[in-house]
Design a protein around this ligand. Structure first.
Ligand code: SAH
Length: 347
């Protein structure tokens, strides 16, 4: 597929042609990597962040946020739940911190989780930009996948979404993604979809960027406005929620057609726009879901966007709701497996 083909896909408007696109992408997924969906228990272990991204609800300057950091026991309780319930993997996600205290703590936790589960649980990290030495240390301690979204692959758009300073350098973020590959991780990146100032051409270029970076995993979701962020002032420029959902699903389908054997997440943000948004993404080519394992008392404080679903649920309820929905939709779960990216395994 070339750029024009992708633009054409993303511009499809007839319901029949869109349905056919999703079906084609889903069929290609099944023939390339099978029809199972893998679960990653998501543990949002800290919302402390040194970044000031214009779109994000937990940005440094949002004083309304109650900052927290889970202690080791709380994190291990969440891991235990994921492990005992047959989730093959967990994702440890947080705001960005680079102190030696923070990075050392993650290293220690990784060793602890691996020892506790007898290396049965796979660990994905999503803790932002770090030095090469930190990425190496975490990999050696047992993390084997890493998610670091580029947010947009267009440098100009990037700087409309982030302050233009050293802490938010587009080039540094790009280098960090490249470094993760060097350290041996399965590398995941992604973008937000339906941002103010974003065009179909930007999104087509995002997909080509993923291909050129030869990524193993992708997590893309709709942009959702947050009233306590600077980007909120541009909300009149946003596509309708319905359009953002449709565009997100088309992005999933187009990426599946472009990269048949990678892991693609059906992200939680989709669920904000439609209760079955994640299931719809699975039928458009996604194969990963990240149910929330964060303890209920911390969930209201990890609102990267507003109206996040399941804020008052606990892990057991998030799990039973999701599994019930997947079951009803006829989706098979890969219990107890890491569900690694076959793209990575085939290299
Ligand atoms: N600090 C980590 C994790 C950040 S939160 C990192 O830098 O990778 C994970 C993702 O949430 C971000 O990468 C971003 O794409 C997404 N996100 C943040 N604010 C959002 C919003 N308002 N709408 C939709 N997605 C958002």
């Amino acid at each position: 597929m070339n750029r024009n083909d992708i633009i054409e896909i993303l511009s499809l408007s007839g319901p029949d042609s869109i349905t056919a696109l999703y079906a084609k992408a889903n069929a290609l997924k099944i023939s390339a990597i099978g029809n199972k969906v893998y679960l990653r228990g998501l543990i949002e272990f800290s919302n402390i962040c040194c970044k000031n991204c214009y779109y994000c609800g937990i940005r440094r300057d949002n004083q309304a946020v109650n900052r927290y950091e889970l202690n080791d026991k709380e994190i291990l309780t969440a891991v235990d739940f994921a492990w005992k319930n047959g989730y093959g993997s967990v994702v440890l996600q947080s705001g960005e911190q680079q102190s030696a205290h923070f990075t050392g703590r993650i290293t220690r936790l990784l060793h602890e989780i691996k020892a506790y589960t007898g290396n049965e649980i796979g660990i994905t990290l999503s803790c932002g930009e770090q030095t090469a030495a930190t990425y190496k240390e975490w990999f050696q301690a047992g993390a084997h996948r890493y998610l670091l979204r580029i947010e947009t692959s267009d440098k100009e758009l990037y700087y409309r979404l982030h302050p233009n300073d050293e802490k938010h350098s587009f080039d540094a973020r790009l280098s960090a993604i490249r470094q993760l590959r060097i350290e041996g991780y399965q590398v995941g990146t992604g973008v937000m979809i339906g941002l103010p100032f974003q065009t179909i051409e930007h999104l087509a270029d995002d997909l080509l960027f993923f291909q050129s970076m030869d990524i193993d995993m992708a997590g893309m979701g709709p942009y959702l406005e947050h009233s306590q962020t600077p980007l909120y002032q541009y909300r009149h420029l946003l596509p309708s929620p319905k359009k953002r959902l449709e565009l997100s699903l088309k992005m999933v389908a187009a990426l599946r057609l472009l990269m048949p054997d990678i892991n693609i997440a059906a992200t939680t943000a989709l669920q904000v726009l439609h209760p079955a948004g994640r299931e719809m993404a699975v039928f458009a080519g996604a194969n990963i879901i990240m149910p929330n394992m964060t303890l209920p008392e911390f969930r209201p404080d990890y609102l990267i966007y507003e109206h996040k679903p399941g804020v008052s649920d606990d892990a057991a309820l998030s799990k039973s709701k999701l599994e019930q929905n997947l079951y009803c939709a006829g989706i098979t779960i890969g219990y107890g497996e890491w569900g690694d990216s076959q793209h990575f395994m085939c290299v």
